[in-house]
Write a protein that binds this ligand. Sequence first.
Ligand code: MF3
Ligand code: CO
Ligand code: CO
Length: 255
Amino acid sequence: MAINIKNNIEQEKMRTAGHLASEILTMIGEHIKPGVPTKQLDKICHDYIVNIQNTIPANLGYKGFPATICTSVNHVVCHGIPNEKTLKHGDIINIDVTVIKDGFHGDTSRMYLVGKTTKQGERIAEVAYECLCNGIRVVKPGNRLGDIGHAIQNHAEKNYFSVVKEYCGHGIGEIYHDEPQILHYGTPGTGIELKEGMTFTIEPMINSGKAAVRLLSDEWTVVTKDHSLSAQWEHTILVTNNGYEVLTLAPNETI
Ligand code: MF3
Ligand code: CO
Ligand code: CO
């Protein structure tokens, strides 16, 4: 199947959606502290999206997902469901949000350190971020998907962390999870060739222990099998004529 190439008008809509998604993650930052239930973070994001941004929360009801954001704490790898449990000092949490604006999706996630931090928490959040950046930096026309996967895997394993294999990044646009799949591991020079106008996410999940994961009985929450810490960051990327544009950059963020 052919991969959808965005024209200039579509690229501009992706830019807008990406910017709005990033804004939510910046807004929620000050609310993340010990004692706060993740459900409260979900409500704040939902109200901001619907009442202030006038955008559509893409996760809510997606394949039956019951919330606006995914809240993945400590050994939760991804797709954590917001609940009544409160955050505590030293927790690490990923918040993942997607909005739809004018028919186009913006998808991004960040790690947050809660209260008094731990060395292990700081370290895995930092290495996972470096993995994302290294993956992004090899994006340009003519390079291949395997180059992205390799850059991520190489950095994770060099730091004695492991890469989750079961979940991946994805093409994105009018369709939330489109082709191609963006694997976070791979071999340089292999896979589909990148072309100007492609838009996709890169969203590596990095574990401090083994790579294996387990799906909980709620059919959403993914955890590390060995209960080791896991961290993830996600950006939506546009392939430009000579490199990349990060559509979900945070204020003051440079890749
Ligand atoms: N935002 C996630 C991703 O990065 C997908 C979440 S789907 C949900 O692709 F249903 F769990 F919200
Ligand atoms: Co995504
Ligand atoms: Co996401």
